[in-house]
Design a protein around this ligand. Structure first.
Ligand SMILES: [Zn+2]
Length: 264
């Protein structure tokens, strides 16, 4: 089994069927993050199509201005979702600082919900790594998946010391900085991701398909002086441990990691 701890299956459009076939063929447990409410609705439908898909609700920082003045509309989806993501801040791709207060307001609403409901969060940090660190500390977030971390190493090391999990994706094959991060993630905190379908496009020249994870594992094996089998088994064990005792995910753990499909 492979782990894609950060993807956006709702974005596949016509390629969804092919993507789900690859997910089934390679047995890829996939956390399908949402960008907003319509995105979550679509992810829930996809979750019904494939038992290896876990749909999660979040409002992406790019969409935050649309929701900052109607947070109450998010309440039901937050309650329903077993993990909260994708959430976060983005000061890199969003260049207009006028949007940052909305990003923070929406993120803080999710973080306070995560604390109240004891849920894992999946966090986007691009260009805002220090503010994310400060907010995760202030809200005393214990369990977070930090998605595609590419920021400064001192902030990274503080997030490591707080016990956070990290997804590494295909950029490990392209960037020395990402390789440094990939090497430094403790073995018990390492996860893999694709950010498919759009995330890898700038690097590989086309949308990502789920089996891209095999390339990610190859890149991680190179960066960590390991081998693909060790990486995939380590990541599988990490994800299983992360969700095993989670009040919202024990059923998913039982179904995916202890079920008829074997493996523990
Ligand atoms: Zn994403």
């Amino acid at each position: 089994m492979l782990i894609d701890a950060h993807a956006h299956l709702d974005r596949y459009g016509d390629a969804l069927e092919a993507a789900l076939e690859e997910i089934a063929q390679h047995r890829i447990f996939t956390i399908s993050n949402s960008l907003d409410l319509p995105s979550y609705k679509r992810n829930l439908e996809i979750g019904e199509m494939c038992e290896l898909v876990l749909p999660t609700f979040g409002v992406h920082p790019w969409m935050a201005p649309e929701y900052a003045d109607r947070l109450e509309d998010l309440h039901d989806a937050i309650e329903q979702s077993p993990v909260l993501g994708e959430i976060g801040l983005d000061y890199f791709f969003v260049e207009d600082p006028a949007e940052y207060p909305a990003q923070r307001k929406v993120l803080e609403f999710f973080l306070s919900s995560a604390v109240q409901q004891d849920k894992i969060v999946s966090v986007h940090t691009k260009g805002a790594e220090k503010d994310i660190l400060d907010l995760l500390t202030r809200y005393d977030i214990q369990r977070a998946i930090i998605h595609w971390y590419s920021g400064p190493l001192d902030v990274f090391r503080e997030l490591v010391s707080m016990g956070m999990y990290f997804t590494v994706g295909i950029e490990v094959l392209y960037s020395e900085h990402i390789r440094t991060i990939a090497r430094e993630v403790p073995s018990d905190r390492l996860l893999t991701e694709t950010d498919n379908p759009g995330g890898p496009k700038g690097l590989i020249g086309s949308i990502g398909m789920p089996a891209l994870l095999l390339e990610v594992a190859r890149g991680l094996a190179g960066a960590r002086n390991s081998d693909v089998e060790t990486i995939t088994e380590t990541v599988r064990r990490n994800l299983a441990r992360l969700i095993e005792d989670d009040p919202w995910l024990s059923g998913t753990h039982a179904r995916v990691f202890e079920g008829q499909h074997g493996g523990t």
